[in-house]
Design a protein around this ligand. Structure first.
Ligand code: ADP
Ligand code: MG
Length: 213
């Protein structure tokens, strides 16, 4: 069963690794809390036991290239369904604000475009497992070489090991998605100074809230 809900506010942060999603999401959470919203921040696997185990399998470097793209996609979808049902939908149902670091669009970009399964196929499978599409998706955009150098400081997981060409494909898929779904996407260029990026994100949130409330 799908845990659908029309309540609350659902905002996702997307972009390639190193774009600054996690940093910007935390700043956005602070901003929304200062406006008295009941905010939770989450990311797949969202601390759910099942999804956590699935994630460990997905990021396991020792599996190398022996995971088929479809198996990879279905594991992400299973994890997303659990996370949606256990964490996201219940908070929306309480009329809260859910900020999620990566969600359905990451599968569309990584597995649909990056792994070549096709954007339409992944979007339609996503549709089966999510409570609803986000009300707002903030795409933090950054050139792949810049993201790559920011990430240099940490050790790569199985997907990050795919390298810069893979990131280029994924980045352009995210931009394509923002054009396919202009009603929910806002694209923010990741700046050198994270305060500048944060100001841009805050303006987007202000505009979104003004329209919504
Ligand atoms: N505007 C910025 N300029 C320089 N470094 C940044 C900026 N924003 C984030 N970082 C750094 O880049 C790295 C990736 O940021 P993070 O928010 O974890 O990105 P993501 O969640 O998209 O992978 C972190 O080390 C972070 O401190
Ligand atoms: Mg992150």
């Amino acid at each position: 069963m799908k845990a659908e809900t029309n309540k609350g506010i659902f905002i996702t942060f997307e972009g390639i690794d190193g774009s600054g999603k996690s940093t910007q999401m935390e700043l956005a959470a602070e901003f929304l809390r200062s406006r008295e919203f009941d905010v939770i921040t989450t990311r797949e696997p969202g601390g759910t036991k099942l999804a956590e185990r699935i994630r460990n399998v997905l990021l396991d470097v020792s599996l190398g290239g022996c995971v088929t793209p479809m198996a990879e996609l279905l594991l992400y979808l299973a994890s997303r369904h659990q996370h949606s049902a256990e964490i996201i939908a219940p908070h929306l149902e309480r009329d809260g604000v859910v900020l999620c670091d990566r969600f359905a669009d990451s599968s569309t970009a990584y597995q649909g475009a990056g792994r070549g399964l096709g954007i339409e196929l992944v979007e339609s499978l996503n549709e089966l497992v999510i409570p609803r599409w986000p009300d707002l998706t903030i795409l933090i955009d950054i050139p792949e070489d810049k993201a790559f150098s920011r990430m240099g400081r940490r050790s790569p997981d199985r997907l990050e090991k795919e390298g810069i060409n893979f990131l280029r494909v994924v980045r352009s898929a995210f931009l394509e998605l923002s054009e396919r779904h202009p009603e929910r996407f806002a694209v923010v260029e990741s700046r050198e100074r994270l305060e500048e990026t944060a100001t841009h994100v805050r303006n987007i949130l202000e505009r979104f809230l003004a329209k919504k409330l």
